[in-house]
Design a protein around this ligand. Structure first.
Ligand SMILES: [Zn+2]
Length: 237
């Protein structure tokens, strides 16, 4: 048993108590509406991967990757299913997206980071790219999105496009959160990335949205370091 698994299990136990999420088997008369990953792979589903907290083991690779249609990008199977649901809902609102990145292996991330470090030095590289073993993309839960114009491809202006706004408003309904929201760089170490979403499952994403949590790391961590929407917006209501 890896230490991080134990930690994740501890976090999950606290989470279930704090949020009132139904524990399977606790009451057989209550139907369990959680998705497969929410039921069976919570330790990996809610793994917190940050600049300070690498994936463990470093060469972790998900076993249920599927290829996103018409691309070379891979995602965990449930993530792809939920993303498809989200895209279908967005299409009903007249919006279309492209998947522009998905799972990245440790080796791929090493190459990506080295590329940025060569281009602009490690300080600049650290603001835009994760070091190998420290990327959410290695979990198979993270997706980079673009709209179909390409004008804001991996740029902050994606957040101002109709597609970017729709994602910010609706992603949680399908189990996704924006990993590096505006105004959280002091905590995440990353510049605002409105295109990078990460799957945590609809139960947790919905609860984070209801309670105003922006970051999965602070949602699962002690409240001393939490960032809530109201605080960022200067609201005291
Ligand atoms: Zn990304």
């Amino acid at each position: 048993m890896h230490a991080w698994r134990t930690l994740a299990a501890t976090c999950l136990t606290a989470l279930l108590i704090c949020t009132g999420i139904q524990v399977a088997g606790a009451d057989p008369s209550v139907p369990d509406h959680r998705t497969a990953l929410e039921r069976d792979d919570t330790a990996n589903l809610l793994a917190v991967v940050t600049k300070q907290r690498p994936i463990h083991p470093l060469d972790y690779a998900p076993e249920d990757l599927v290829t996103w249609p018409h691309t070379d990008f891979e995602l965990r199977a449930e993530v792809a299913d939920q993303l498809e649901l989200m895209f279908t809902a967005a299409a009903d609102d007249g919006l279309a997206y492209r998947v522009v990145s998905g799972y990245r292996s440790y080796d791929t991330q090493a190459g990506t980071y080295e590329y940025w470090a060569r281009q602009s030095g490690t300080a600049s590289a650290d603001a835009v790219s994760a070091r190998p073993g420290h990327s959410e993309h290695q979990t198979g839960l993270a997706v980079d999105l673009d709209n179909t114009t390409g004008e804001c491809y991996l740029k902050m202006c994606f957040g101002e496009t109709t597609e970017g706004r729709w994602v910010a408003e609706h992603a949680h309904e399908f189990g996704f959160v924006i990993s590096y929201p505006e105004g959280t760089r002091d905590i995440t170490g990353y510049a605002y990335e409105p295109w990078h979403i990460r799957y945590v499952g609809p139960q947790v994403a919905g609860d984070m949205n209801r309670r105003g949590y922006l970051l999965i790391s602070t949602y699962l961590a002690p409240p001393a370091s939490s960032v809530r929407l109201g605080e960022l917006l200067g609201s005291h209501g």
